[in-house]
Design a protein around this ligand. Sequence first.
Ligand SMILES: Cc1cn([C@H]2C[C@H](O)[C@@H](COP(=O)(O)OP(=O)(O)O[C@H]3O[C@@H](C)C(=O)[C@@H](O)[C@H]3O)O2)c(=O)[nH]c1=O
Length: 184
Amino acid sequence: MKITKTHLEGVLIVEPAVHGDHRGWFMETYSATKFKEQGIDMEFVQDNQSYSATKGTLRGLHYQLNPKAQTKLIRCTRGAIYDVAVDIRAGSPTYGEWFGIELTAENKKQLLIPKGFAHGFMTLIEDVEVQYKCDELYAPECDGGILWNDPAIGVKWPIDVTPVLSAKDKKAPLLKDAKLNFVM
Ligand SMILES: Cc1cn([C@H]2C[C@H](O)[C@@H](COP(=O)(O)OP(=O)(O)O[C@H]3O[C@@H](C)C(=O)[C@@H](O)[C@H]3O)O2)c(=O)[nH]c1=O
């Protein structure tokens, strides 16, 4: 397993070791022991999966407030996404900055996004499945979002389309208007 840091502290790219043979391949998609060896220690309690039919579907930018904030370990198991983390921790030197990476079924990369970050992704092709682990259970009362194209954040989404959005995501607030409780 290879772990690569990004410019956002705590946002990590995880690349599992892939063991190929004549049948195909095998990989450990998560190992508590191997994560701990790399200094990453959390207990995942919920696994999620979503399917998006259309290219240019955008889910995000989402977070759960404290005390139900979530660390997420995201991977794409069918198709391809552009996955984005945005630092929304008050007092952080990288507050409002974002990191994006292509996660595909083929490249098998994962993104670890800690608490205090908003998360979103855009599908790059049709028929996309995304799976992710969370270290806190779903808590709708703490669920929040920031507008996907907030100019103050300026995420460079890779496909120039009007994205397919949920009704909730269409009316998400700008970062400056979001009522957050994350501190560095
Ligand atoms: C997130 C979530 C939603 N739901 C329900 C609520 C709703 O009826 C339906 C769809 O929910 P949403 O529209 O919020 O789904 P979606 O837009 O896919 O939300 C997800 O987006 C990505 C980017 C994330 O990071 C996730 O944490 C989550 O916020 O599923 C659960 O039952 N459990 C959950 O953990």
